[in-house]
Design a protein around this ligand. Structure first.
Ligand SMILES: [Zn+2]
Length: 160
């Protein structure tokens, strides 16, 4: 998927009052969900920066990580920790990045709702620069449904 196609697709997702609230619901696109806990859902990022990019999304709309009580903050980051271990085991990347970003307000590629990216790096050098990985400047990784289902199953199997 090209950057323009990804932006158009994300723009339609952004029609939802909060796209991340939708993704925080484990009943939404359940085939993409690695696991869900009381406070977080870990799911395959369908607009991922790299193959196997997972997001941990806070359940319940909150926009500022630092405003979360410790139990919710911890639960969100624990979900990212578990997902990062699954990504590492299943995909053996060179490195796994964990990033809590989020725009101050909704923009085309970023949502203020608290979430943590778990991004496996499969290449070094220029391809591993944050400015490349953490933007869609190089396009996004798209999966067909069968491919996504198989990948999510590999990640689920690696959770234990
Ligand atoms: Zn939200």
């Amino acid at each position: 998927m090209s950057r323009d196609e990804a932006l158009a697709s994300l723009a339609s997702l952004a029609q939802h009052p909060c796209a991340m609230c939708m993704l925080a619901d484990p009943a939404h696109a359940p085939d993409d969900v690695l696991f869900a806990t009381e406070h977080a859902v870990a799911r395959l990022d369908r607009y991922g920066a790299t193959h196997g990019h997972v997001m941990a999304v806070l359940r319940g709309h909150e926009t500022r990580l630092e405003a979360l009580p410790w139990d919710r903050y911890e639960a969100l980051h624990r979900a990212a920790w578990a997902a990062s271990r699954a990504v590492s085991t299943a995909l053996a990347p060179l490195r796994v990045w964990v990033a809590a970003l989020g725009a101050p307000e909704a923009v085309a590629q970023s949502f203020p709702h608290c979430h943590v990216h778990v991004i496996p790096l499969h290449e070094g050098g220029d391809a591993a620069r944050p400015a490349r990985v953490l933007s869609s400047s190089s396009g996004v990784v798209m999966y067909d449904d069968d491919e996504a289902r198989a990948l999510v199953q590999r990640l689920r199997d690696a959770l234990a």
